[in-house]
Each structure stands twice: as C-alpha cells, then as structure tokens.
Design a protein around this ligand. Structure first.
Ligand code: IPM
Ligand code: MG
Length: 334
C-alpha cells in the first residue's frame, strides 16, 4: 500500500508479481528456489524480498533449505554487490546500546561481496576420515571477483566522503592477501579516494569503538555478513536496516538485512522499517524514482520522531505499536 500510494503521487505505476522462495516454496514445491521464481525475478525490473528461514527446515539436507534458495537467487541473478547502509536516525539515538556520542552522526556503507568467497567456494562438504569426521569449506576469490566489487566500493566512496576501508585477514589468509593487493592496484585510478586496510577482527572492534571513522567498508562475503549485523546494532535494531544487491546489469534485489525472526512470527510484532527502507532503496536504485524513495524515507523519520516504536526499539515515553499499526502510521505520515 505504501508503494502504491507513493507511486501514484509521483506519476508512475508499479505492477506486482509475487513468487515463492524459501519456506513457502519448500511447502508448495519441495524446492527452496523454484525455477519459475528465478525466471520471474530475472525478468522483473526489481525484486523486493522478504526474509527467509525457519527452524522448521533445519533438519532438511542443505540443498533443500531456505538459505540455499536465497544464495541460489543471489547467484542466479548475478548479484555480486551487496550494499548495506547504516545511518543513525536522530530519533533512535537513545535506542542503541552504545553511547549517544559514539553513534551520533554515523553514516557508513558496507559493500559486501555476495556471490563468492567461502559461501560458494569449492571444495566443501563433510567426510569421514581416519575414524573421525571432517567438515570443510573453501574461502576463495579470483582477482576479477575482487576487482568488480572493489570498483563498486571505490565508485561509492567517490560519491560519498571519499574514504574507503577494505576489510580482510591478510595477516593470516592468502585469499585476503590477494584481496588487499587487488584493492591496492586499483587505488591509483581513484586518486580522490583515500584507501585504508583493516583486519576484520580490528574492524569488528572499531565499529563499536569509533564507528564515525568509517565511510565505505569493503568486505568479502563472510566478513560482510558478520560486520553488517554488528553495524546494524549501531542504529538500535537490526529491524532498521535495508540492503540492495546488484549485479553488472539486470534487476537488483532489495531486502532487509534482518532474518525471518521465527520467534515472533505471526504475532504482529515485527518492525516493518527495514522492509520499507528496502523498498525505498528499490525505488531509488532499481527504478530510478529518487523522489518517491525520499518520501518513504521521510515517512519513516516522521513516524519515529513522533515517538512510535515497535517492540525492538521501545523506549520510555514512546508509544509501542504492532507491525500492522506501524504500517498505518507510515501510511498517514506519507
Ligand atoms: C544475510 C543473511 C544470509 C547470509 C543468510 C540468511 C543466508 O544472514 O543476508 O546477511 O548469510 O547472507
Ligand atoms: Mg547475515
């Protein structure tokens, strides 16, 4: 409804097509990513994705689990670049577990490589060996894979505050040394961007010690997964964080950073803000409707400034709402 209203106001129309992935696809077809879903996504102008996953599917073989559907969709759409902006909403400063002076003014972007690294590396598996068992995955990047994600990060840094911090574990991992060398090799063609490198363990620490030092954070797949959840907490709740996943051409995928929160499923408690902000990213980046995107973002700010909160962000003096009622407030604000 928010999207319908905002598109009408800005003079374009959206047509929606709903396709199953994850649990609902498993229930309907036995597969977490039906071929028809992938095809419809690749033929769309943009894809807006809700969260996937439930403990109900944890016992299934890995290739039948919801997460495999999401990874398949990312790979099948060629979405190698995942952008996760972390921007402090002034009204939520009191909701973070960190001190106000640490997080005030934080505005950073995690650029996470999304279709490579240890998530997809071969060989991987579980074997019986020497009377024991062994599980293994492979963290691997080609120079070309590093170059294309680094370019996204350099270009973004250029549009933002001109500072790029590349995260790796080059003191231990060969794959990280390659990552670092490729980023360094690209740096001279971006003389207006200042580049630094940080080990991932230090980056995890710096994110809570002094997050304002970061502008664009460039990471591999696993490091970005971990650091973006950590960075989410700067905003008070992972229920606030949107993301965009982009390829070199074709439609982008827009989804909240949070998961499916099975513990509160069906209870009308979820924070819809990350989804609304993901829809805003879809309008701005995927559909080139920046003014409409801005309207959605303003509605979120307005509702928060008016003191409305879902349970995850509830603070003294605020009004607690369920997901549905929050949606209605957003509509009114719009
Ligand atoms: C994310 C999620 C996914 C990931 C899971 C659900 C497969 O944690 O988008 O950050 O690990 O990429
Ligand atoms: Mg994650």
């Amino acid at each position: 409804m928010l999207l319908e209203q905002v598109s009408q106001r800005h003079g374009f129309s959206l047509s929606f097509d709903e396709q199953p992935i994850g649990g609902s696809a498993i229930d309907a077809t036995g597969e977490p990513l039906p071929a028809s879903t992938l095809e419809a996504c690749n033929n769309a102008d943009a894809v807006l994705l809700a969260a996937i996953g439930s403990p109900r599917f944890d016992a299934l073989p890995r290739d039948k689990r919801p997460e495999t559907g999401l990874l398949g969709l990312r790979a099948g759409m060629g979405l190698f670049a995942n952008l996760r902006p972390v921007k402090i909403v002034p009204a939520l400063i009191g909701s973070s577990s960190l001190k106000a002076e640490v997080i005030e003014g934080v505005d950073l972007m995690v650029v996470r490589e999304l279709t490579g690294g240890i998530y997809f590396g071969q060989p991987k598996g579980r074997i019986e060996a020497d009377g024991d068992e062994r599980g293994f995955n492979t963290m691997t990047y080609s120079g070309t894979e590093v170059d294309r994600i680094a370019k996204v990060a350099f270009d973004l840094a250029r549009e933002r505050r001109g500072t790029l911090c590349s995260v790796d574990k080059a003191n231990v991992l060969d794959v990280s040394q390659l990552w670092r060398d490729r980023v360094d090799a690209m740096a001279p063609s971006y003389s207006d961007v200042s580049v630094s490198h940080m080990y991932v363990d230090n980056a995890a620490m710096q994110l809570v010690r002094d997050p304002k030092q970061f502008d664009v954070l460039l990471t591999g797949n696993l490091f970005g997964d971990i650091l973006s959840d950590e960075a989410a907490m700067l905003t008070g709740s992972i229920g606030m964080l949107p993301s965009a996943s982009l390829g070199s051409d074709g439609p982008g995928l827009f989804e909240p950073v949070h998961g499916s929160a099975p513990d509160i499923a069906g209870q009308d408690k979820a924070n819809p803000m990350a989804m609304v902000l993901s829809a805003a990213m879809m309008l701005r980046i995927g559909l080139k409707q920046a003014a409409a995107a801005q309207d959605l973002e303003n509605a979120v700010d307005k509702v928060l400034a008016a003191g409305f909160r879902t349970g995850d962000l509830m603070a003294e003096g605020c009004t607690q709402l369920g997901c549905q009622a929050m949606g209605e407030e957003l509509l009114k604000a719009l």
